[in-house]
Design a protein around this ligand. Structure first.
Ligand SMILES: [Zn+2]
Length: 319
């Protein structure tokens, strides 16, 4: 079972993100560096969710190591610092956000609109920067899935970049959530045949130390593959050999919670495979929900399913 209880001594604890050497961007908790040689703008974001600290460990580690771009621009950002600063080790899950989920506010009309929340204000302050990124990696962790995943959205270019990275070993091609657009779903990163690319890495469970190691390795690989940073500078975190091609999972259905009575029929851990089509996997509003096809992959089942939010994504492996 995933845990709602306090962080334990052996868990991944929130890192210190103070005292980092500033870059040349004046937005708070944003660190931008420009190389003398022109090239793409590569951006790595952490803390879209305040309790997902593995990305913050990775970014703080790379900043403290003095990682700089060899061409173009490199930006590291910490998004929901307000929620992170409120992280109570007794109840870490409560610091996912302050007012609303920050990874559901990236629709252009919300960014341009007048609706107010702590998360919308921060998203509006970060968007001009994100809107300049050619390659963007958004670092997250999960409630109780231990298998790291790259979420590539629906775009061919997202899928292609995730394939080149090869880390982590699974790439999920999905269309997001009914609850609102994620950063990687912003039309800038999805529309048209060509253009900027954004990926979302789910690095493991929130409280696992291995999630921070995964976040560091995936980020190092991303910086190497995009050509932003010299591989020699990244060698402490890069894999020793070229990773094999990842496995691709296409989301066939996103299940949204309809009622307070939603419950799963099993304690799915994530990436569980249900062999037979028509197998019941959950009950919602008195209705049995069944798998739509054989070999149905249960992707990121919610630990606490909430009405209007995604309960689970169903998918199938693609060659
Ligand atoms: Zn997240």
């Amino acid at each position: 079972m995933a845990r709602i209880e306090p962080l334990a001594p052996g868990d991944l604890w929130p890192p210190d993100i103070t005292g980092l050497v500033p870059g040349n961007d004046c937005t708070d908790h944003v660190y931008r560096f420009d190389a003398a040689v022109p090239g793409p703008h590569v951006l790595v974001n952490a803390l879209m969710h305040g309790n997902e600290v593995c990305g913050a460990v990775a970014v703080a580690t790379l900043l403290r190591a003095g990682i700089r771009p060899c061409r173009g621009s490199l930006t590291f950002s910490f998004a929901n610092v307000e929620a992170f600063n409120h992280l109570d080790p007794q109840f870490p899950v409560l610091s996912r956000y302050m007012d609303e989920d920050m990874n559901r506010v990236w629709a252009p009309d919300i960014l341009a609109g007048s609706g107010d929340s702590i998360e919308r204000r921060r998203a509006r302050s970060l968007w001009p920067l994100f809107a300049e990124a050619d390659f963007l990696l958004d670092l997250h962790s999960m409630q109780h899935d231990t298998i790291p995943l790259m979420l590539a959205g629906r775009s061919a270019r997202g899928r292609a970049l995730a394939g080149r990275l090869g880390m982590p070993g699974f790439v999920v091609m999905d269309g997001g959530h009914a609850g609102g657009l994620r950063l990687i779903d912003h039309p800038r990163f999805t529309d048209g045949a060509d253009g900027p690319v954004a990926l979302l890495a789910e690095c493991g469970r929130h409280q696992d130390r291995s999630s921070a190691r995964t976040a560091l390795a995936v980020t190092a690989r991303f910086l190497a593959v995009t050509g932003a940073v010299a591989t020699t500078a990244l060698s402490p975190w890069l894999p020793s050999a070229e990773p094999p091609p990842p496995r691709f999972v296409e989301v066939t259905e996103t299940v949204t919670v309809c009622s307070e009575q939603f419950r799963f029929l099993q304690d799915f851990k994530g990436m569980d495979i249900i062999p037979r089509a028509g197998t019941g996997f959950a009950v919602d509003a008195g209705r049995l929900l069944r798998t739509p096809h054989d070999d149905c992959v249960m992707i990121m089942p919610a630990r606490v399913p909430m009405r209007g939010q995604t309960a689970v994504r169903l998918g199938r492996f693609r060659s």
